[in-house]
Design a protein around this ligand. Structure first.
Ligand SMILES: Nc1ncnc2c1ncn2[C@@H]1O[C@H](COP(=O)(O)OP(=O)(O)O)[C@@H](O)[C@H]1O
Ligand SMILES: [Mg+2]
Length: 294
């Protein structure tokens, strides 16, 4: 038996997968797994029952691969699926832990930039002097770096407030949770995205922002933190700091992490839907031996 896969329907052709995820649903079907589609627009509009109308009754507990879902809406999706004897393998609690910075921060605190968060402008005194980064619980406005992301000097409280205000205005209704401020660290080289399934790195490769470059990370110590987080399917974006230390820039729920073109949909979906997880990927032994020793 294969674990089924839920994905997002194409808003224009609801019986078909959204083109962004079509290769993954196709891979699932060709591997022998059941697939079904949810209406992501209906879910975000607050009509979870309508969102799952096309999920067959008795579909069972499934992985989801699709567009991001706010934590509260994810809970509504789980409830609506349960009414149809379907469900999500990743519980709403586990989803929150992996998806939102306050959920994973304490576990990764030694390996990720120091961070504070609040509904308004956070108290940044504990971050010390220097530059900072503004984001919400899930996303930054990294493409608006100078106006709504980077804070040159956290001691300049008016400057910080200006960046937070600009960030809030741009996020609008899509602001996830509250405002996070992180101490700026000097990184070098591209980020590498590590896909972890049941504590094992099933794929290590480029970050979607830099699809053509990736470096082999040193995952020593990171696998232990992923195990401690206790979420079955997560990604960690890791990068080398100027002093050489490997840092975790962010953690994400693997169900919503963007798949770089280099990650073959069959590799990802095969790992998810088959009963036995087979480590594979571009750097199959990078930390994998350590994580897979048990
Ligand atoms: N604390 C930090 N120090 C230095 N650069 C950072 C820091 N946090 C984020 N960045 C940079 O900003 C980018 C976006 O931040 P990230 O937390 O990954 O948000 P997003 O969810 O939008 O990708 C990162 O890829 C990294 O280049
Ligand atoms: Mg990122």
């Amino acid at each position: 038996m294969h674990t089924p896969l839920l994905s997002c329907a194409d808003p224009l052709r609801p019986a078909k997968a959204d083109p962004h995820f079509a290769a993954e649903t196709q891979a699932a079907r060709s591997l022998g797994a059941e697939t079904a589609l949810i209406d992501h627009d209906a879910l975000l509009a607050g009509d979870a029952r309508a969102a799952v109308r096309r999920v067959p009754r008795g579909f069972g507990a499934a992985w989801y691969r699709g567009w991001m879902i706010p934590v509260a809406r994810y809970g509504e999706l789980a409830s609506a699926l349960a009414e149809r004897e379907a469900g999500l393998i990743v519980s709403p609690e586990a989803y929150r832990r992996a998806h939102e910075l306050p959920g994973w921060y304490s576990v990764f605190a030694d390996r990720t930039p120091a961070s504070v968060w609040a509904d308004g402008v956070p108290d940044v005194r504990s971050l010390g002097p220097g530059a900072g980064i503004v984001k919400d619980y899930v996303k930054s406005r990294k493409h608006d770096w100078d106006t709504a992301c980077f804070v040159p000097d956290l001691a300049d409280r008016a400057g910080l407030r200006g960046v937070v205000d600009a960030f809030r205005a741009l996020q609008g209704e899509f602001l996830a949770g509250g405002i996070v401020v992180r101490a700026f660290e000097r990184f070098m080289g591209p980020e590498t995205r590590v896909w972890w399934l049941d504590g094992r790195p099933v794929y290590v490769g480029p970050h979607p922002d830099t699809p053509d470059v990736s470096v082999e990370p040193d995952l020593a110590g990171i696998a232990e933190l992923v195990a401690k987080l206790d979420c079955r399917f997560v990604t960690t974006d890791v990068v080398r700091r100027a002093d050489g230390a490997w840092r975790v820039v962010e953690v994400g729920d693997g169900q919503m992490s963007d798949r770089p073109p280099a990650l073959d949909p069959e590799v990802l979906i095969g790992a998810l839907t088959s009963e036995r997880v087979q480590p594979s990927g571009r750097f199959p032994t990078a930390g994998g031996g350590r994580a897979g020793e048990d």
